[in-house]
Design a protein around this ligand. Structure first.
Ligand SMILES: Nc1ncnc2c1ncn2[C@@H]1O[C@H](COP(=O)(O)OP(=O)(O)O)[C@@H](O)[C@H]1O
Ligand SMILES: O=P(O)(O)OC[C@H]1O[C@](O)(COP(=O)(O)O)[C@@H](O)[C@@H]1O
Ligand SMILES: [Mg+2]
Length: 469
């Protein structure tokens, strides 16, 4: 029996809802469109209408009124209802009308920032999707990150060339940090007559996409620009997760297993694994929940301390006494405030402007050794430290991530062809959506140590909460 949401609420709460969820009061996150600033653009029929192999059945095309809600969990009692209406995003997918003629389309694809499993799959699917779905024949790869726009000639891409790229780790287009020169980049877009730009990158790259979009807007160019968020440590907000993340978690478990074997095979053995995550501990959290071999997980969102009651050493001492070994996972951004650093190190930044982190792994290893030598000078003790960072990043995407990359690429293509611009494609609550890039650029996905996910970690490890008593 179908019942309305207010009826359901009455059944659950046993009383009328004070503020039932109503679809008339959602707040729609509008996506920029080329017609916002180019008034005389004319829509074309989508070439998918004439595809040789399949027919666009009823409901195939997505309309501007199709939306995805940002928040799907609600308290029907109304007790915790937010004063602001729920956010809704445009659903991704093919539109009946498009704003590019395939024969006049010149698409550019670029990868920036650090590696992440699946980058090559996204590139491959952008090329194949543009070529096969929309009949675009001029597709270019910009080489070596943002600086490639103005320092190198783009390479021409076609389905034959990219056919097996999804099986390769890394990015065949090469990548780099730094080199963001707005005027030179947009001059190059004009010079090469690119009218679609697909930019694959993380938080830094997305901040660049915002600037490129605004400059394109200022110059009133007919150029659609889309960001495809790449971040191995899943720190981008709004979307469910970033591509490559699941592959990273899988690879991280291999490192944890090795650390476990090493620890178990030693007298008072500690296996220490450092996982990626500059400001967020998602990889560590998911890897330890899946592996169950870990005694303690240290993430940037949860400050810890070493000495004294409730500290890490006291906890490890107990675990070694009980089990003879312990496995410790630390995210790269954890404990940064505890590592001694010189004034120069405090200021050091990488080419993209990111603060250079000190390596928490060797620091922790040495702190552990010093502690044991001080407190148990005559007892055996071993710390085996594993840093799998580049082994994790450099592998090809697994099956789930490969599928995800394909859907991301196709969502991006459909959106750009439909005239949307300055947006990001990504899944929200499992449904692919278009999000204004500036919203994604300012979003952050941190581990909420107050919610049940972190409680799961605590229940798996029984680690201290590091709240000094
Ligand atoms: N605020 C910013 N504005 C414009 N470009 C930026 C900004 N921050 C980073 N970038 C550029 O984005 C690219 C990738 O940034 P980086 O932080 O290294 O990787 P990621 O995008 O993976 O986070 C670099 O070329 C960098 O110069
Ligand atoms: O050695 P590189 O390439 O500078 O990368 C190291 C950094 O890249 C990362 O993998 C993250 O890179 P992105 O932010 O570009 O995704 C971090 O985990 C790590 O600190
Ligand atoms: Mg980054």
């Amino acid at each position: 029996m179908a019942i309305s949401l207010p009826e359901a609420a009455t059944l659950v709460a046993g009383k009328d809802l004070e503020s039932p969820l109503s679809f008339s009061n959602v707040h729609l996150q509008k996506v920029h469109h080329l017609t916002d600033y180019l008034e005389d653009l004319h829509a074309q029929t989508n070439p998918l209408d004439h595809n040789r192999y399949f027919h666009a059945t009823e409901g195939f095309y997505v309309s501007p009124t199709d939306v995805v809600l940002g928040q799907v969990a609600h308290d029907l009692s109304g007790k915790f209802s937010s004063p602001t209406p729920p956010l809704a995003y445009h659903r991704a997918g093919p539109r009946k009308d498009i704003f590019f003629e395939p024969q006049n389309t010149r698409a550019a694809i670029i990868t920036c920032g650090g590696l992440c499993p699946g980058m090559n799959t996204v590139i491959r699917e952008l090329v194949v999707g543009l070529w096969e779905l929309y009949g675009v024949r001029k597709i270019y790869g910009v080489v070596a990150g943002y600086r490639g726009f103005y320092s190198m000639e783009p390479i021409e891409l076609n389905p034959k060339l990219v056919h097996n790229w999804h099986k390769r780790g890394g990015t065949a287009l090469e990548t780099s940090r730094g080199g963001f020169d707005l005027d030179k980049i947009v001059d190059s877009i004009e010079h090469h007559e690119f009218n679609q730009v697909y930019i694959i990158g993380g938080d830094g790259t997305m901040r660049g996409v915002v600037k490129i979009f605004n400059e394109i807007l200022r110059r009133r160019l007919k150029v659609g620009v889309v960001g495809i968020p790449k971040t191995v440590d899943n720190d981008v907000g709004i979307i469910d997760r970033s591509f490559g993340f699941q592959t990273a978690v899988e690879m991280a478990q291999q490192a944890i297993s090795a650390a476990h074997v090493e620890a178990e095979s030693a007298v008072n053995g500690i296996g220490l694994v450092k996982l990626m995550g500059r400001s967020t501990g998602h990889i560590a959290l998911h890897a330890i929940l899946s592996s169950r071999d870990v005694d303690c997980c240290l993430i940037p969102e949860d400050k810890f301390y070493l000495e004294g009651k409730g500290g890490l050493f006291e906890f490890l001492e107990q675990r070694l006494k009980e089990n003879g070994h312990a496995v410790l996972v630390v995210s790269e951004g954890a404990g940064q405030d505890m590592i001694p650093r010189s004034d120069a190190q405090k200021e050091e930044r990488d080419e993209s402007g990111n603060l250079v982190f000190l390596d928490v792994g060797p620091w922790l290893k040495s702190e552990l050794k010093n502690w044991w030598a001080r407190d148990h000078p005559n007892e055996l003790f071993t710390v085996k430290y594993i840093d799998p960072t580049y082994m994790i990043r450099a592998v090809p995407a697994n099956a789930t991530d490969n599928l995800y990359c394909t859907l991301l690429a196709h969502s991006a293509i459909h959106g750009v062809m439909a005239g949307y611009t300055g947006f990001v494609a990504g899944p929200i609550n499992g449904i692919y959506a278009y999000i204004p890039v500036e919203e994604v650029a300012k979003s952050k996905n941190e581990v909420n140590t107050k919610d049940h996910k972190w409680a799961w970690v605590r229940s798996v490890t029984n680690q201290p909460d590091f709240l000094k008593g």
